[in-house]
Ligand binder design. Structure first.
Ligand SMILES: Cc1cc2nc3c(=O)[nH]c(=O)nc-3n(C[C@H](O)[C@H](O)[C@H](O)COP(=O)(O)OP(=O)(O)OC[C@H]3O[C@@H](n4cnc5c(N)ncnc54)[C@H](O)[C@@H]3O)c2cc1C
Length: 434
């Protein structure tokens, strides 16, 4: 296997949203030194969001989801390595070092970026190895899940976990005509991220579309056919609850969250605390390595946030952190600050979230959730800090930009759909008085 020993090389470990963006921005900022971008997956770098949407519905081809073509990398002199995993990294006090890979590569570098993302959280219960039990984090997961969805023998789908990925998957399965049950352990859907009002909307919306949703669901194990399959586990047949009832299934999809990939950071002795700890310039605790994306935990970048550290799992965050990390590696001053945003598509329902609702003390529902076009605005001490906009892109854009300027919307005006949201916005100087 090859050995790259070019002195000024930047090594970026993890070739997905954050890693590709980081390499791209380094070139945009004028860096001409070699860049090696390495990812363990056997695919060209791709976008994950379509996996739980168009991909498992069978609507997309690989070219629809790739982030950049091979030519794009070649044109910019970015050496893309796929299908190989960095297993050890040694670096000296000056920051330069050597990484070795599972495939036997040895890569010398002057600068190092970790964009290692996250791994899917496994359900710690018996039975997850039956045929027909799936997770959904990467392209290989999506390819096998799409095939299972397409199989006419797959009639009953059980989704474990009522977070965004679980609900997106449930919506696809239901749209394909399957009988679908969502099992959520908490008392409400997407409870970690949205207010009661948005959770209640999703519960109603999925039920209206024919999906069964069980809240406070206590799962004991996954059950299947143990009788006769030589050389492998039999097919899944259902999910057994703690009370002994079984929810029948031909396909079980588990979506219970992710765990940041910190193994290389641990090896390097970097501070890790629910992710690789970085400062607002995306610098890790050694002051030399940068980290960005799902793997990184950083000072809350949101000026209207509650402070402390936060780890965000979104494309927007991966992009913004990668921009800052690239600038930092090149010795430029850059600080991550902005209005985080996120989206989720479930059937014909588009949710767009602007801001971070952590620490809210009241909400205003703007519009009628029954119409499936409305917004939930989050307030802290009377000041707007975030919004969930359902099927309302114009409102989302207006609110996102308003939050970015430090503007607010008085709660009483927010509730009045007779006043366009743009006319309710109170700009920063005045907002301080509200
Ligand atoms: C199904 C799905 C749907 C989503 N939908 C949305 C959405 O609608 N909206 C939204 O905002 N976000 C969504 N997300 C989240 C979004 O995709 C992630 O936040 C984003 O991909 C994070 O990018 P990243 O580059 O930090 O990490 P990742 O995308 O996880 O990439 C990290 C890469 O590093 C590789 N790697 C790790 N360790 C090594 C190593 N030692 N050597 C080599 N390679 C390594 C991994 O294999 C992986 O390919 C979704 C995610 C999933 C899985």
């Amino acid at each position: 296997m090859g050995s790259s020993d070019t002195a000024g090389t930047t090594l970026i470990v993890g070739a997905c949203q954050a890693g590709v963006q980081l390499a791209s921005i380094m070139r945009e900022l004028g860096d001409t030194e070699p860049i090696v971008l390495i990812g363990e997956e056997n695919h060209r770098p791709y976008q994950r969001p379509p996996l739980s949407k168009g991909w498992i519905k069978g609507e997309l081809e690989p070219d629809d989801v790739i982030l950049r073509t091979r030519e794009w990398f070649a044109d910019r002199g970015i050496q893309l390595v796929t299908g190989d995993r960095v297993v050890t990294i040694h670096r000296g006090a000056d920051g330069a070092g050597t990484a070795t890979t599972e495939g036997g590569r040895s890569i010398r570098f002057a600068r190092l970026a970790l964009t290692t993302g996250a791994a899917v959280r496994r359900l710690p219960l018996p039975g997850t190895d039956y045929r027909g039990v799936h997770y959904l984090r990467d392209a290989d997961d999506a390819i096998s899940l799409e095939a299972a969805m397409r199989d006419p023998a797959t009639r009953r789908v059980v989704v474990v976990g009522g977070g965004f990925i679980g609900l997106e998957t449930a919506a696809v399965a239901r749209g394909l005509g399957k009988s679908v049950t969502v099992l959520e352990a908490a008392p409400r859907l997407v409870g970690r991220v949205v207010a009661e009002e948005t959770s209640a909307f999703y519960l109603g919306a999925h039920r209206r579309r024919g999906t069964e949703v069980l809240l406070n669901a206590r799962i004991a194990r996954i059950v299947g056919d143990d009788s006769s399959v030589a050389g492998g586990k039999g097919a899944v047949s259902g999910v057994e609850m703690e009370d002994g009832t079984v929810v029948a299934a031909d396909l079980v999809v588990i979506g219970i969250g992710i765990i940041p990939r910190v193994e290389l950071a641990d090896q390097l002795g970097l501070e890790v605390d629910g992710g690789i700890v970085v400062d607002e310039a995306c610098r890790t605790s050694d002051g030399l390595t940068v980290a960005a994306g799902d793997c990184a935990v950083m000072p809350n970048p949101y000026p209207l946030g509650t402070g402390g550290r936060i780890r965000l799992e979104s494309v927007n965050n991966a992009f913004e952190q990668a921009k800052v990390a690239a600038a930092t590696l090149l010795g430029r001053d850059a600080v991550y600050s902005g209005v985080p945003w996120f989206w989720s598509d479930q059937a014909d329902i588009k949710l767009q979230i602007a801001g971070l609702s952590t620490g809210y003390d009241s909400v205003v529902v703007r519009g009628d959730p029954e119409t499936e076009k409305f917004s939930v605005l989050y307030y802290r001490s009377g000041r707007l800090i975030a919004a969930d906009c359902i099927n309302h892109p114009a409102e989302f854009m207006a609110i996102r930009h308003a939050l970015g300027r430090g503007a607010t919307i008085p709660p009483a005006d927010a509730a009045d759909t007779g006043i366009p949201v743009k006319r309710s916005i109170v700009e920063p100087a005045a907002a301080a008085l509200v």
